[in-house]
Design a protein. Structure first.
Length: 259
C-alpha cells in the first residue's frame, strides 16, 4: 500500500521506529510483523543518508512505506530525503505555519514548491519519462509529518495543520513535556490541554494526529483521545524488552533446577 493511500484511509496507521537495526531485511521483518509503515530515524540515531537509502531499498522490496525523520529543517536535508526515495518525511520541532510552509516548499517540485530537480535517480526508480508527469506524481505521493514538540508548536497547531502539504501533526511527547517545563510528566493540566489542542487542530483540517506508544493499552487510550497514527516502540526497546524477558525466564528456570 502507498503511504498516501494509508493516510487517506480511515483505519489507524501503525508503524515501528528504527534507531539501530538498519539491516537489509528490516523491511520484511517489519511488514511480516503486521506494521503498516516504518519510521527511520536520522535525528537521533547517527544514520547517514547512504544508510537511509539502503533502508529505502529494503522497504521497497517488502512493499512497505518508509517515513524518514530528518535531522533538521535544512532544505538540503529535506530534499535529500525525497531524492533517496522516502515515501514520507517527518520534520522535528515545527513551531510556526511559516516554518511549515517553508518545509513543504523544500519537498515539493514546482509549481507547488522549490525542490531541486534530479531525474533518473532513486526517488523515481531510475525511470526516464516526462518530468512534468513525474513531478505531479511525486508531489501527490509524498506525505509530510510535522512534529509538534514545543509550546510554540502547540500554540500554532491549528495554523500548521491548515498548511497545504502537511499531512500529519506528530506529537513528540517527551520534548513537548520538557518545553512545558515538566519533563516526562504527561498528566499535568498543561500537557493534557496541549494534546487536546493538537488533536483538535488535526481533526479540524482533516489531517492525521500521530504519536509513539509503548503498548496496545497506551495506544487504545491515545486513540480514544483522537490519535489515529501510531509508532509502536522502537527497535532497541522491543529487542531489549523481549531479550530481558527471555533471559529472565531462562535464568529463573535454570536457577530453580540447580542442585
Amino acid at each position: 500500500m502507498m503511504l498516501r493511500d494509508l493516510l487517506d484511509g480511515f483505519r489507524p496507521a501503525l508503524g515501528h521506529l528504527i534507531f539501530e537495526f538498519a539491516t537489509p531485511g528490516i523491511g520484511w521483518l517489519v511488514r511480516n510483523a503486521g506494521a503498516d509503515f516504518l519510521l527511520f530515524d536520522m535525528e537521533h540515531s547517527g544514520f547517514t543518508f547512504e544508510t537511509a537509502k539502503l533502508a529505502v531499498l529494503s522497504t521497497r522490496a517488502a512493499d512497505i512505506p518508509l517515513v524518514l525523520r530528518v535531522p533538521s529543517h535544512d532544505a538540503k536535508d529535506l530534499a535529500r530525503a525525497c531524492d533517496i526515495g522516502a515515501d514520507g518525511v517527518m520534520v522535528p520541532l515545527v513551531g510556526t505555519p511559516e516554518e511549515a510552509r517553508s518545509i513543504v516548499a523544500a519537498v515539493k517540485y514546482p509549481p507547488d514548491g522549490r525542490r531541486g530537480v534530479s531525474q533518473v535517480q532513486m526517488h523515481d526508480r531510475y525511470r526516464v519519462g516526462p518530468f512534468a508527469d513525474k513531478a505531479r506524481a511525486a508531489n501527490a505521493a509524498l506525505a509530510l509529518f510535522a512534529q509538534i514538540e514545543s509550546r510554540q508548536g502547540v500554540e500554532h497547531a491549528d495554523a500548521i495543520a491548515a498548511v497545504d502539504g502537511v499531512d500529519c501533526l506528530w506529537v513528540g511527547h517527551m520534548d513537548l513535556s520538557c518545553s512545558l517545563g515538566a519533563p516526562a510528566q504527561f498528566d499535568t493540566p498543561d500537557f493534557q490541554a496541549s494534546i487536546r489542542a493538537v488533536v483538535a487542530a488535526a481533526r479540524k483540517h482533516g489531517k492525521r494526529a500521530g504519536r509513539m506508544v509503548r503498548n496496545a493499552e497506551e495506544g487504545a487510550a491515545q486513540h480514544t483521545l483522537g490519535f489515529n497514527c501510531f509508532v509502536l516502540g522502537s527497535d532497541t526497546q522491543v529487542y531489549q524488552a523481549a531479550l530481558a524477558q527471555g533471559i529472565g525466564a531462562l535464568r529463573a528456570t535454570l536457577d530453580g533446577e540447580s542442585p
